[in-house]
Every structure is written in C-alpha cells, then in structure tokens.
Design a protein around this ligand. Structure first.
Ligand SMILES: Nc1ncnc2c1ncn2[C@@H]1O[C@H](COP(=O)(O)OP(=O)(O)OP(=O)(O)O)[C@@H](O)[C@H]1O
Ligand SMILES: [Mg+2]
Length: 246
C-alpha cells in the first residue's frame, strides 16, 4: 500500500488566522485528557493550546506526572484526547481512523522515546530501512538515505550492530535517525536524552538539534534538563493542565 498523505481524506484545517497558506506542522487546540481513578477523576490535560512552527524547537519542561508524555502521545496520534483537536500539517486528526493515524505517523511524525524502542533482532541499518520500506521506497534508495542520516549522526560505522551491541548514546542516535528517516514535518521527543549521562546527553542533543535545524522541521521535546531546554527556541510548561510559556 503506497498511499500518500495527500490522498488521505481528513477534515479541513481550521488553523488560526496566523497562517494563510502553509499550515503549521503541529497545532493543538483545547486538548483535554482525564483518567478515571479509584479516588475520582484525574484531569491531566485541561485545554492545551500549542502551536509548533516550521524550524521551531520547543522544550516542554514540567514536573513528573504533569502530563508531558500524555501530551506527546496525543500529539503523535498514539492516543486520542477526550476532547480538542490535533492538527498535523493542517489536518484535523483527533478523530481520524486508525489507518489514517498510522499513515500520518509513518509519514509526517517522527517520535523519539526515552528508551530507544529499536527492534532488537535487526541491526541499526535494518532498523532504518524498515520504515522506508513500509512507505514503499525501494531498498537501494532506502539504504542510501539511511547511510546519509547515519553519517550525519556519526553512527555509520555502527550500521551492522544490533541495538544490544550499541552504547546508550549510539542507540539514541539510531532512534533519532529512525524518527527522521521518512522526512517528517514534526518531531516529538519524550526525554530523548533522559537515560544518558550528562556528557553523552549533550552530544546526542546537539546532534538532534543539528538535524532539526538542518531540515527545518518543527520539534517538541520533553526534557527535565534545563541546560538543554535553554538551547531551544522556546520553553513551555504544563500548569493546571494547560500549556504556558515560561
Ligand atoms: N493510562 C493511564 N491511566 C491512568 N492514569 C494515567 C495513565 N497515563 C497517565 N496517567 C497519569 O497521568 C499523569 C500524567 O502522566 P504522564 O506520564 O503524562 O506524566 P509525565 O509528565 O510524562 O511524567 P514523567 O516526567 O514522570 O515522565 C500521571 O499522574 C499518571 O499517573
Ligand atoms: Mg513522561
């Protein structure tokens, strides 16, 4: 199945007046998410509004349990909000069906987790080929692209290593490479360096930032690291379930 995103029928964008022609990579409007608990309802997101522009890197810094992962999962179409709308590249996606969400995740959204989530039985190169094959690219082109991104992230010499044969920093570099391999419009990262020592975290983050800057995609990065947050274009936090700049 080689369906392109342009063939997916979704609701028309209702983005703010700020844009007239090119839609933003990511717009969240009035996102709400609650969880039922024994003690009652836990309101985690209570009307989140957020816009990520092209080439913009936004740090999401908030205490543990504030709802960072929940927000990223919703923005990445991995979870559905109770209400509100998620616009990816101008398309309303909150209520899109599973097939559409899967396609958008494959083509428009790159996701990096705290733990690499690479496929353990495949080597680094194969981990980067797979998402491209799913998109319908032929093996030679996919290999060329994979090596190009690996070269940029300085992991090309580890192409035939399986995840278990890579250091933590190398694993995260491969995970970052995988997230951008299909040239998405938006990159979402949930504490991408949270599992690394400070030195390695700094290097991996710089590589991530270089990629974002070089490709012009928008990025939302959850982190507890204020030093890394300070390097980004904008810092937001979650207060009472809402996004505020700080
Ligand atoms: N599926 C779920 N069911 C019930 N409660 C949930 C669920 N997912 C998240 N929560 C609750 O929602 C709140 C926000 O969780 P979330 O994982 O988004 O926080 P976080 O900001 O990412 O924290 P951390 O910095 O520790 O990763 C927490 O109180 C959590 O227990
Ligand atoms: Mg989290």
């Amino acid at each position: 199945m080689n369906k392109s995103v342009s063939e997916i029928s979704t609701a028309q964008e209702t983005q703010s007046k700020e844009t007239t022609t090119v839609p933003f990579p990511l717009v969240l409007r009035g996102i709400e998410r609650r969880f039922q608990q024994v003690e009652g309802e836990l309101v985690v997101l209570d009307g989140v509004d957020l816009t990520i522009r092209d080439g913009e890197m936004v740090a999401l810094v908030a205490p543990s349990g504030a709802g960072k992962s929940t927000l990223l999962q919703i923005a990445g179409l991995l979870e559905k909000p109770d209400s509100g709308e998620v616009f990816i590249n101008g398309r309303a996606c909150a209520k899109a069906n599973d097939e559409t969400r899967t396609l958008l995740r494959r083509l428009e959204i790159g996701f990096v987790y705290q733990f690499h989530h690479l496929l353990p039985e495949f080597d680094a190169l194969e981990n980067l080929l797979l998402p491209q094959m799913l998109r319908g690219l032929d093996t030679e082109k996919a290999k060329e692209r994979a090596l190009q991104v690996m070269n940029y992230l300085k992991i090309d010499h580890r192409a035939d290593h399986r995840p278990a044969e890579l250091s933590g920093g190398e694993q995260q570099r491969v995970a970052i490479a995988r997230a951008v391999i299909n040239a998405p419009r938006i990159l979402l990262a949930d504490e991408p360096t949270g599992n690394l020592d400070p030195d390695t975290a700094g290097h991996v983050f710089d590589a991530l930032m270089g990629l974002v800057r070089g490709s012009g995609l928008g990025a939302l990065v959850a982190t507890h690291n204020m030093e890394l947050a300070a390097k980004m274009d904008r810092r937001v936090t979650l207060r009472d379930g809402k996004i505020v700049d700080f």
